[in-house]
Ligand binder design. Structure first.
Ligand code: PEP
Ligand code: MG
Length: 325
């Protein structure tokens, strides 16, 4: 099997009916980067910058952050890298960052919330990213955005840093793309406003599902209680892809869903064309999609999401569909 997947590495990521699907990989440390060439991924769709902070014993300085990002971009060898700003807080604790006990850390002072309340921290990271990517272009997204205004505030910090760097004679990237992770359901009802502001979006389905169904993603007792392939959640994902397509905003999905073949198949059926996953999932997902007729699947899947359709077990439908492929 492994050998079979390795053979697929350089084969195009195209469905049987000719639809290009861009498969990217998730990473968090420099040691992940060799997987880029090994897996044949088109780029790094999610670089979790918090990993560097979690393995450090004190807050990494600007220069250390910059050095890390430079090494990542260099190792990517020209393939695109989407950085995500620090997503700490909640259960990702930094021992050296004093935090308060929270009863609901997943919904607490974390990610961009922390960054906007401690703009010094976020600005340092933004500066490091801008300096590191001067020769490459920067693609940066912000996690746990619940309101469009949070993205606007974050973008202001980027603008301030750009101004500062230019003023001091530093070169800055020619191309800067700023995006938002869609992982809080409130954004589903602000898609028009959001899509008018961002350069791209990326669906964080792990958190989106957790908050959508109110199930703690790390609590085994409830984590599998609801199905990610249920009608309600698939409709939510469909509304994102539909709105993003009509606003011409590229949308990636970078949660664990993308790395499971049956789920990835559903995502392609919904209309997703950019998926980012752990490197080990690339082979199995590519093997699946190369035998898939995306148009035919969509024609059979989408009616099942309409109200009143008598067959509501989508997972069962997809399993049957896959077995006939
Ligand atoms: C997600 O929430 O789906 C995601 C990709 O981010 P993380 O798993 O790091 O929270
Ligand atoms: Mg998340």
């Amino acid at each position: 099997r492994q050998a079979q997947y390795r053979r697929l590495r350089n084969k195009p990521s195209v469905t049987k009916d000719g639809v290009d699907i861009s498969l990217q990989m998730n990473a968090g440390l420099l040691v992940d980067l060799p997987h880029l060439a090994e897996s044949g991924a088109a780029g790094v769709g999610l670089f979790r910058t918090e990993l560097q902070f979690m393995v450090a014993s004190s807050f990494p300085r600007m220069r250390e952050q910059q050095a890390q990002y430079e090494q990542v971009l260099m190792a990517a060898g020209g393939k695109p890298v989407t950085f995500r700003s620090l997503d700490v807080g909640g259960d990702k604790v930094l021992p050296y960052l004093r935090s308060i006990q929270e009863e609901n850390p997943a919904m607490g002072w974390r990610a961009l919330r922390l960054g906007l309340d401690r703009p010094g921290l976020l600005r340092t990271q933004i500066r490091a990213l801008l300096k590191a990517s001067a020769d490459y272009g920067l693609k940066l997204m912000f996690p746990m955005v619940a309101d469009v205004s949070e993205f606007l505030s974050a973008r202001e910090l980027v603008d301030k840093e750009l101004k500062h760097l230019r003023l001091h004679g530093h070169s800055v990237p020619d191309r800067i793309q700023l995006g938002v992770m869609i992982e809080v359901p409130s954004l589903l009802f602000q898609l028009d406003e959001l899509l008018a502001e961002v350069d791209f979006v990326s669906v964080g389905s792990n958190d989106l599902f957790q908050f959508f169904c109110a199930v703690d993603r790390g609590n085994t007792r409830v984590a599998n209680r609801f199905d990610t392939l249920s009608v309600g959640f698939l409709r939510a994902l469909k509304s994102i892809i539909d709105k993003a397509d009509s606003a011409h905003v590229p949308v990636t999905l970078c949660g664990e869903l993308a790395g499971r073949p049956l789920e990835a198949m559903a995502l392609i059926g919904l209309g997703f064309r950019y998926l980012s996953m752990s490197p080990a999932s690339l082979g199995p997902v590519k093997a699946m999609l190369r035998t898939l007729d995306a148009g035919r699947l969509s024609a059979r899947l989408l009616p099942r999401l309409e109200p009143g359709h008598r067959e509501t077990d989508i997972r069962d439908f997809l399993r049957r569909y896959a077995s006939e492929m």
